[in-house]
Design a protein around this ligand. Structure first.
Ligand SMILES: *Cc1c(COP(=O)(O)O)cnc(C)c1O
Length: 433
């Protein structure tokens, strides 16, 4: 190991604290964490000079690859003008252009207002806070709670966290966050007592569940949910933090069904991970309830320091340019099919591949014992598989024993084959030797 790698690891273990990480394992003397130092397209290089295919788009953000020359140039050019200016009391020319571009993706009059924040959690948090205040300002005081889905994930701020449905993450928030009713599907939602719907502010859904080991919903579910929300007068929030910006093959997942929410939350892919940046798109009807004389106190009293960060806006716009310049969505269908084919091959070749789930460039390969029983959780098989995969040049992160495969949209057919082949070799090594 190079001296600089050893030093980086030493400082990290001594001073840093990683998210969602058992620090006892991280800091164990025999654990040599990878220190990433550079990126190029779909590839990352560590401090030892080893290269890895970025199989989960650096935690689901990267759309256009790393150090994309056009994106990097746009960011540098913006830094040369100005980096951050206050969006409280001032504006800047990029925010409006970006907001219009985002709204223009949708049918006319779907979304007309964009509220910026910093990351997925604060996008969801903004939508929650807007929906609460909206019901207060439209005389719906009886509405107090939220509805979300089992095993859902909406971020880690207190409000977004209390909506989440993964017990392991959010059990500790019980009694602290918003009053939330969890349901597993449309049937359970429909069977809720009428009293619950009448006292609900909003229902929140991820169009494809990511953290729940990559689980798509039945086709038509978003349309059914829209109809249910309309019937009950409940607001609808789509958390497209992971699914937005081409992940599913459409620019936004809701376009697959032409079903549109009252609040659409986006983040991760918005800048392709180049800077933190998020947005909530909403409708004129919602926005209008916040208008009035200042002393009526209808103002949306909420915001974040980095709102509409100028470099973030520049990065987002460059990302949208790349979608057009490089015909990213047009090139996806053949690659989506290739992923499906290669995963099917994995399933046929390896008895430990229990299930392959996929929507566009969102895929999960669930591993189990050949008899279909799940592995003993304490064995952390998913993490072990991802550790071994590094040796074959594939970097990704599991959720329990599901290996997430969510590559940058620009990955070529050769790269996708390389990555899934690396996973096949890994599974061979872990289980069959
Ligand atoms: C990642 C994610 C979030 C949280 O976003 P952060 O940027 O980590 O705050 C929320 N919802 C979904 C669906 C996500 O995938």
């Amino acid at each position: 190991m190079k001296e600089e790698t050893a030093r980086a690891i030493e400082l990290d273990k001594k001073y840093c604290w990683h998210p969602f990480t058992p620090q006892t394992l991280w800091c164990a003397p025999d654990h040599e964490p990878i220190m990433l130092v550079s990126g190029d397209g779909c590839w990352l290089t560590d401090s030892e000079g080893r290269r890895y295919f970025d199989g989960n788009s650096s935690i689901w953000c990267n759309i256009h690859g790393h150090t994309h020359p056009y994106l990097t140039a746009a960011i540098k050019a913006q830094y040369d003008k100005v980096a951050q200016t206050s969006y409280l009391g001032y504006g800047h020319p990029l925010a409006g252009v970006l907001a219009k571009r985002l709204c223009d993706f949708f049918p006319k009059d779907t979304f007309s207002r964009v509220f910026y924040s910093d990351d997925g959690s604060t996008a969801v948090e903004s939508a929650l806070r807007m929906s609460i205040q909206y019901t207060r300002q439209t005389g719906q005081q009886e509405r107090q709670g939220f509805i979300s889905f089992d095993n859902s994930y909406h971020g880690d701020t207190m409000g977004a966290g209390s909506l989440g449905g993964c017990r392991t993450f959010f059990g500790l928030l019980n009694g602290f966050g918003f009053q939330t009713t969890h349901v597993s599907d449309m049937a359970e939602l429909r069977s809720l007592p009428d009293e619950v719907a009448k006292t609900t502010i909003a229902v929140v859904i991820e169009p494809v569940q990511g953290v729940n080991q990559v689980h798509p919903w039945p086709e038509g579910m978003l349309t059914e949910l829209r109809a249910w929300a309309d019937e009950k007068g409940v607001l609808l929030i789509f958390d497209e933090v992971m699914t937005g910006f081409g992940r599913t093959g459409k620019m936004f997942a809701c376009m697959r069904e032409d079903a549109y929410p009252d609040f659409l939350c986006v983040a991760k892919g918005l800048t392709g991970g180049y800077t933190p940046m998020a947005a909530v798109l909403t409708k004129e009807k919602i926005y209008e309830a916040f208008l009035g004389e200042p002393d009526e106190l209808k103002t949306f009293f909420y915001g974040h320091t980095f709102t509409a960060h100028q470099v973030g806006c520049a990065a987002a716009m460059a990302g949208l340019d790349i979608f057009e310049q490089e015909q990213i969505l047009e090139k996806m269908p053949a690659k989506v099919e290739l992923i499906a084919r290669e995963m099917q091959k994995l399933k046929e070749a390896h008895p430990h591949v229990y299930d392959c789930r996929q929507v566009g460039f969102i895929a999960g390969i669930e591993l189990r014992n050949p008899d279909g029983t799940p592995f003993d959780k304490s064995k952390r098989i998913g993490f072990h598989v991802c550790d071994v995969a590094l040796k074959y040049g594939l970097m990704t992160r599991p959720i329990l024993d599901t290996i997430v495969f969510m590559p940058p949209l620009r990955a070529t057919e050769e790269e996708l084959i390389f990555a899934l082949d690396a996973l096949g070799k890994t599974i061979n090594e872990v289980f069959e030797h």
